[in-house]
Design a protein around this ligand. Structure first.
Ligand code: ADP
Ligand code: MG
Length: 277
């Protein structure tokens, strides 16, 4: 049938399906609106996060930086649904998670978020492969034992450790252990990978290696948010959010950063030209 003869409702339905698809693919994974966190400890209240609004889109790779006590971990705990805000709204994948109770948050965490920690947190008497399988034991979508093994193998392959699946953590280097932890974080196919100082226990060469793994995963479409205090590490990301006193001080994408560097270069050239004249 010629397109112009197609009935309007069909065309409308098709258009609305396309609109839905576009809406889903551009909808932020994380939408924080005016988030506050106040810790009430005895006499004093600590206002750790003070009105943070932040959208993170699918496919972004974001570093959260800031000095000690600036609220990085508090913010990450809320993003990771480990804790909830005192005030403000948080939509994760379009779902309002700011008011969920502990059990509901645990379920969302297991379904949607992969965590990587500074200290790897692997089970020591357990092989790399079994460590990676672990989150699937709590998965709500039932997965057969055969498929669990297959998915764990694929996950280890993604981080370049297929040939170490039978090794125990103490038979692996620090960088390899962190790779296992990353594979474990990926095995439930999360919408979001969160990492708090993932290179904090690694030497600089190994840190670069691990950042290479994160970059590769991000290039494959995985959204990553990472806390780090190391500028060298933050350089591997595409966007840097700096916190100070619980607020966002700056929020720069690589493009801004390159533009800023470009502007600086032009300015220097202009200054040189003036000197030469
Ligand atoms: N569980 C808690 N109870 C009370 N105060 C806390 C708690 N966690 C963090 N804080 C306080 O909140 C502020 C921000 O801490 P945090 O988020 O850990 O900062 P960062 O990770 O940037 O070092 C600090 O003043 C810290 O002392
Ligand atoms: Mg911290």
């Amino acid at each position: 049938m010629r397109p112009e003869l197609r009935s309007p409702p069909t065309r409308l339905a098709a258009a609305s399906r396309v609109a839905d698809l576009i809406a889903v693919s551009t909808r932020p994974v994380i939408q924080l609106a005016k988030i506050h966190k106040v810790y009430r400890t005895g006499e004093v209240d600590v206002h750790a996060v003070r009105g943070v609004s932040l959208d993170i889109l699918p496919g972004e790779f974001v570093a959260i930086m800031g000095s000690s006590g600036s609220g990085k971990s508090t913010l990450m705990n809320m993003i990771g649904c480990l804790d909830r805000p005192s005030e403000g709204n948080y939509l994760l994948d379009g779902i309002d998670v700011s008011t969920l109770d502990r059990d509901a948050r645990a379920k969302i965490r297991n379904d949607k978020i992969g965590f990587v920690f500074q200290g790897f947190n692997l089970l020591s008497r357990t092989s790399a492969l079994e460590n990676v399988e672990m989150p699937m034991l709590y998965n709500h979508a039932r997965v057969s034992a055969v498929e669990q093994r297959e998915r764990a193998r694929k996950s280890l392959e993604l981080v370049g450790l297929a040939d170490r699946s039978d090794h125990k953590p103490n038979q692996l280097s620090g960088g390899q252990q962190q790779r296992v932890a990353i594979a474990r974080a990926l095995v439930n196919q999360p919408s979001l990978l969160l990492a708090d100082e993932p290179t904090g226990n690694l030497d600089s060469q190994t840190s670069i290696e691990i950042m290479g793994v994160f970059q590769k995963l991000n290039a494959a479409g995985i959204t990553i948010v990472m806390v780090t205090h190391e500028l060298d590490v933050a350089r591997y990301t595409k966007r840097t959010v700096i916190l100070r006193d619980g607020k966002i001080l700056t929020d720069e994408t690589v493009k801004d950063r390159l533009n800023a560097e470009g502007e600086l270069k032009k300015l220097r050239q202009a200054q040189e030209a003036v000197k030469l004249a």
